[in-house]
Ligand binder design. Structure first.
Ligand SMILES: *[C@@H]1O[C@H](CO)[C@@H](O)[C@H](O)[C@H]1NC(C)=O
Length: 196
């Protein structure tokens, strides 16, 4: 009994603000949590085993967004569409990168998203907000996406030998758009032969 009391006490203590939360690795870009964009509560949460071995790049094929207000509003609409029309448990992507360079938390770290059939349990679905069929994301957006992936590695969320590829390589979609697909072929860990 006493052990339990001490244990609970320590849990409360270490979670309290008098102990600073361990800082994120310095490479991490600004990450806006769900509360910041007004996300709805997911209907269900499934946990993924970490470190996650694959990073799959998508585009959202929506208009872009260049301010936090714009991006937040776009994300709320997307979440509604995913939950109400597509009947997902939550917004499908794990994270989304805005044209403002902020990375928005979708389903989040070590969660199973709904973005790439057969790969959801073993990949992080990273969506770049916009349509990149014939345009590239802006420089800030590209840098944030790349830094974010390295941030995931340093946090232990992503395998240090993770494989990166585009959704189109493993499913019948044009995502992440031809222009962006060409771009990610120059990113670290890009693989032309994704795992089955
Ligand atoms: C995406 O961009 C391409 C090329 O500009 C365009 O043909 C296509 O209609 C766009 N898709 C959507 C859904 O807007």
């Amino acid at each position: 009994m006493r052990n339990i009391v001490v244990f609970v006490f320590l849990c409360v203590l270490f979670d309290s603000p008098i102990f600073a939360k361990s800082p994120l690795p310095s490479i991490c870009p600004e990450i806006a949590n769900r509360a910041r964009w007004g996300a709805r509560t997911p209907l269900e949460v499934d946990y993924a085993i970490i470190p996650v071995e694959n990073v799959i790049i998508h585009h959202t094929v929506t208009p872009g967004c260049s301010t936090e207000n714009e991006c937040a509003s776009l994300l709320r609409n997307m979440q509604n569409f995913h939950m109400e029309t597509l009947e997902f448990h939550d917004i499908g992507y794990n994270f989304l990168v805005g044209g403002d360079g902020i990375v928005y938390e979708g389903a989040g770290w070590h969660k199973v998203g709904a973005h790439t059939r057969k790969y959801n349990t073993r990949s992080l679905g990273l969506a770049i907000i916009g349509n990149f069929t014939s345009d590239l994301p802006n420089k800030k957006q590209i840098q944030s996406a790349k830094d974010f992936i390295q941030c995931g590695v340093e946090m232990g969320e992503l395998d240090i030998n993770y494989k990166l590829f585009g959704a189109r390589q493993v499913s019948s979609t044009a995502s992440p758009g031809l222009k962006l697909y060409r771009e990610i072929q120059n990113w670290p860990h890009f693989t032309g032969t994704p795992p089955n």
